[in-house]
Design a binder for this molecule. Structure first.
Ligand SMILES: NC(=O)c1ccc[n+]([C@@H]2O[C@H](COP(=O)([O-])OP(=O)(O)OC[C@H]3O[C@@H](n4cnc5c(N)ncnc54)[C@H](OP(=O)(O)O)[C@@H]3O)[C@@H](O)[C@H]2O)c1
Length: 288
């Protein structure tokens, strides 16, 4: 029997509907939760991501600010904008779309965002809190994956979980979230020597490579009844594909996410959720 589908569109719709209620409660008590996004340059994929985030934010009733800046903007100018948003009491969440142009230091810019408005959960303060199991604003893709596993009651405790990705956006924070839930976690990357045997020994496989010329997860690489979460995005002739050879892997998996319609919508839902959480924390009287 083919693996069951993990429906990110349905789970995210459920989360967004609950968020819309929380937003309306906050508004009744005098707080209009506001997300400010910043896009530097004209990268088409990044522009599309910002457009989708802005649209989804409006749909749950968030106020949005949409800052679009020139590619050749200087780092200090960007820092000044972040400072002004940090100090603006009407703004509750700040998102800087990554990647930034090469001449801007991403680490320094992310850390200009005050941690209580860091709705991407990427500042050093929030990363440190995550490590301690104390973060309230967690990186969106990893927390979206955890939501998916929980929604479908997929066992995490004592499972062998493998993550093919070691980025600060996906692999590293996800490893901590899975560890916190008692999984045994392996992180792999482009230099991992024994990826094949590690994959075959894993109950939960999460892949986020995004380059099908270098890596495709095929059926023979996963064990029977594995849970397969595909984070990767690859655009081929206008079509969006993940890292997984979906149809063949589905035959072996117990659960599997599609691309599109799996992890992607959850990343956006968790961004909105973080913004509402930030607004509630910044205006505790209005907390629903
Ligand atoms: N759906 C969503 O919401 C969502 C959210 C975030 C990211 N994504 C997607 O996820 C993918 C990764 O994003 P990212 O920002 O984390 O990118 P990234 O920093 O480039 O990470 C890619 C990872 O894949 C590893 N890798 C590359 N080739 C490999 C190979 N042959 N075998 C094993 N590992 C290999 C890299 O290893 P090294 O570290 O050694 O280079 C790296 O850790 C992209 O497709 C991105 O679009 C999707």
């Amino acid at each position: 029997m083919p693996g069951r589908l993990i429906d990110g569109n349905a789970v995210s719709a459920n989360i967004r509907s609950k968020l819309a209620t929380r937003v309306s409660n906050l508004k009744e008590k005098g707080t209009s939760p506001c997300l400010a996004t910043i896009l530097v340059g004209n990268d088409p994929a990044s522009s599309l991501y910002i457009q989708n985030k802005q649209k989804a934010a409006k749909q749950v009733g968030l106020v949005t600010k949409d800052h679009r800046l020139e590619e050749n903007l200087q780092e200090n100018e960007l820092a000044l904008l972040i400072d002004s948003l940090n100090n603006d009491p009407a703004v509750h969440g700040i998102l800087v779309q990554l990647p930034l142009p090469k001449h801007i230091n991403e680490f320094d810019i992310i850390n200009k965002i005050v941690s209580c408005k860091d709705v991407d959960g990427l500042t050093s303060v929030n990363s440190g809190l995550l490590l301690h199991g104390e973060a309230s604003l967690k990186p969106c893709t990893p927390s979206g994956i955890m939501e998916l596993l929980d929604y479908y009651n997929i066992e995490i405790k004592s499972q062998n979980a493998i993550i093919v990705n070691r980025s600060i956006l996906v692999g590293k924070p996800l490893a901590f979230l899975l560890l916190e839930r008692d999984a045994t976690v392996t992180i792999c990357h482009s230099k991992s020597a024994n990826l094949g045997s590690l994959l075959l020994g894993s109950d939960i496989v999460i892949t986020a490579v995004g380059n099908r010329d270098r890596f495709i997860l095929k059926a023979e690489m996963v064990k029977e009844n594995a849970v397969v979460i595909d984070v990767g995005t690859n655009r081929k002739s206008g079509k969006l594909l993940g890292d997984v050879d979906f149809e063949s892997v589905r035959e072996k998996a117990s659960w599997i996410t599609p691309v599109p319609g799996g992890v992607g919508p959850m990343t956006i839902a968790m961004l909105l959720s973080n913004t509402v959480t930030a607004a509630s924390a910044l205006n505790p009287i209005s907390t629903s």
